[in-house]
Design a protein around this ligand. Structure first.
Ligand code: RIB
Ligand code: CA
Length: 338
């Protein structure tokens, strides 16, 4: 049994990742911590508390950083909605007294000390809380079984600026601090997560099937996913959406579905056009250093498991499954002639 901490900026795909993680028989969620990213941490925490309620999770929830330590917070309401779930929570007037405000980083440290190698930290947002946890007790954080970070773009374009992925772009100093302090991180980057998407028609049919089983969860997923897909249609000309964070959960709990490479990763913090860029040295003979990068995965096995667990309707190696695979737009301009 793998014990996991989820640090999240929930977020539409984060919310699906939490649902997925809660239904994985091989994982126990020991703690959920929240961080500003997709939306401010106050909204993120409300989303997580609502998920905790409807999924009947035992895990304690601690809220964390309101903003990066050394730069202004950037959020993405256009992608996730102002409340982070496509406006669903606000439209229903759902809110909780935010108890245990603060303390996310200390809670991560406590979990690291308690579970050591048995613990995997799954980081689905900017690394602000993780960096703070490292500053509080580097040995404890280094002593966990693994830290898996959704983030980075190594061989292709970013989703925020030309070369940056959102989570790292929001707080590059935090990511850099973690790596520079000798903490090994496994990155699940856009290069991999954007090779799979859920088309709108498939999402619609999954929601119809799921509706019978989970009357509280499905209206939330419907509104959140529709908002998220509308964004992708407008911004990426893609009538569907990416599952960045659920894939990251899978990389933590089912690493056997993934191929990883060792690498040395540095984070650009200063460049006018490149701050937040993840730079990996893939040259022959380069030192295999502080990180691992997920480079490919068995997307259809993941898809079958995700759809079965989150929607109660498996899409596997069928034609529908095949229609979820895509070739990613890469930095090789010869493939992108217009
Ligand atoms: O770039 C994708 C990542 O940024 C995902 O974690 C998404 O939820 C946002 O946080
Ligand atoms: Ca996220």
């Amino acid at each position: 049994m793998r014990r996991v901490v989820i640090d999240t900026d929930a977020g539409v795909d984060d919310s699906i990742a939490i649902v997925y993680a809660s239904r994985l028989p091989d994982a126990t969620i020991e703690l959920i911590t929240t961080v500003s990213g997709n939306v401010p941490v106050s909204e993120v925490t409300q989303n997580v508390l609502y998920l905790k309620k409807i999924l009947r999770l035992d895990a304690p929830v601690f809220s964390g950083a309101e903003a990066p330590r050394s730069r202004k917070l950037i959020t993405a309401p256009e992608v996730h909605g102002k409340d982070g779930v496509g406006g669903y929570r606000k439209s229903k007037g759902i809110s909780f007294p935010a108890w245990r405000t603060g303390g996310a980083a200390a809670a991560i440290v406590m979990a690291a000390r308690k579970f050591g190698k048995k613990l995997t930290i799954i980081s689905l947002g900017p690394m602000t809380n993780i960096a703070k946890a490292v500053s509080l007790d580097p040995a404890a954080v280094k002593g966990v079984g693994g830290i898996i970070q959704m983030g980075g773009a190594f061989s292709g374009y970013g989703n925020t600026t030309v070369f940056t992925e959102f989570n790292i772009f929001v707080d590059p100093e935090a990511a850099s601090y973690v790596l520079k302090n000798g903490v090994k991180v496994t990155f699940v980057p856009l290069d991999l997560t954007e090779t799979l998407f859920l088309p709108r028609n498939i999402v619609a049919s999954l929601l119809v099937k799921a509706g019978v089983n989970w009357p509280e969860l499905v209206p939330l997923l419907r509104k959140a996913l529709n908002h998220y897909i509308d964004y992708h249609r407008h911004a990426d000309k893609l009538d569907g959406c990416f599952m960045h964070d659920p894939i990251t959960v899978a990389a933590a709990v089912h690493p056997e579905w993934f191929r990883f490479t060792g690498s040395s990763v540095s984070i650009e913090t200063k460049g006018k056009h490149t701050a937040g860029m993840t730079v990996a040295d893939f040259r022959k003979g380069a030192v295999l250093g502080n990180s691992r990068i997920a480079v490919s995965f068995d997307a259809l096995t993941f898809l079958g498991d995700l759809t079965g667990k989150v929607f109660g309707a498996r899409i596997g190696r069928s034609a529908a499954g095949q229609s979820c695979l895509r070739r990613r737009f890469t930095a090789d301009f010869r493939n992108n002639l217009r």
